[in-house]
Ligand binder design. Structure first.
Ligand code: UDP
Length: 246
């Protein structure tokens, strides 16, 4: 029987750089835009390198079926979904167990930020579509969802910014690409409400020593600060332009 063995590629090259040319503490190029869909109450697209996620928010609106409504707050419903063309191999368009789990962690992170008690008996529906996947999709989805919720005018405690930090060939690396996600020794997505210093998502695949864990949090915080600044600028530039016209 012929067995194919795929060799782990070198993730940190001789010059200390990563396979895509970045330094270990460098993030991929980031782009953000809000208010891009006419039919949604709020929308955003966020790109980190080749990872691209579009989010549409509908609501607060009447809950159907009605018996699922809550008397004291809005119900958040989140669907994270990868389009069939988002990955190298065609992805089955139906929701996988992984997508159901990621929808749940994104919902829980958003629930910490949204002031749902402002809109009792309603629902806020969040649809995140991964257009292109190259690692970090849950965080890019969460950031675009938090921007889209803000764009819908829904009050929030804070925006949510997040980045993955991991270990590749024994080196701590910020914002993993797909190769590092697949072959690295650790992958830890972390998201925060930065101005409240509250973590709303933290998962860990692989392992860190306690010292590495502390250093990883420091490294992630640096990236999160940069992402948060960009999120605020994205919202401010849209709404200050709006003010000038009206
Ligand atoms: N991926 C894929 N097909 C799948 C699921 C994942 O190609 O069905 C790739 C995709 O690039 C994704 C990466 O594997 O970004 C890492 O997936 P993971 O489950 O770690 O989640 P993510 O890092 O995207 O939040």
């Amino acid at each position: 029987m012929l067995t194919l063995q795929v060799q782990k590629p070198k993730l940190i090259l001789e010059d200390g750089r990563r396979t895509d040319g970045r330094r270990p503490d460098e993030m991929r190029p980031i782009k953000m835009e809000v208010g891009i869909l006419k039919n949604a109450n709020g929308s955003a697209i966020v790109e980190m390198g080749k990872t691209k996620v579009l989010t549409a928010v509908y609501g607060p609106r009447e809950m159907h079926p009605r018996h699922l409504a809550l008397p004291d707050r809005a119900v958040m419903r989140v669907r994270y979904h990868m389009t069939p063309f988002s990955t190298d191999d065609r992805k089955n368009p139906s929701l996988s167990r992984r997508e159901i789990e990621i929808s749940k962690v994104i919902r829980e992170a958003l629930e910490a930020a949204v002031l749902a008690e402002t809109f009792p008996r309603t629902t806020i529906d969040v649809f995140s579509e991964v257009l292109q996947a190259d690692a970090g999709t849950r965080l890019v989805a969460l950031m675009s969802a938090s921007l889209a919720v803000a764009d819908a005018g829904i009050p929030m405690r804070d925006l949510i910014a997040g980045v993955a930090v991991g270990k590749a060939d024994g080196t701590l690396v910020l914002d993993l690409n797909e190769e590092e996600d697949m072959w690295g020794e650790a992958d830890m997505p972390i998201a925060m409400m930065p101005s409240l210093s509250q973590v709303t998502l933290l998962q860990l695949n692989g392992n860190f020593t306690p010292e590495e864990f502390r250093a990883a949090i420091q490294l992630a915080s640096k990236g999160i600060e940069e992402l948060y600044k960009l999120q605020k600028e994205t919202l401010t530039s849209k709404y200050s332009a709006y003010k000038e016209v009206n």
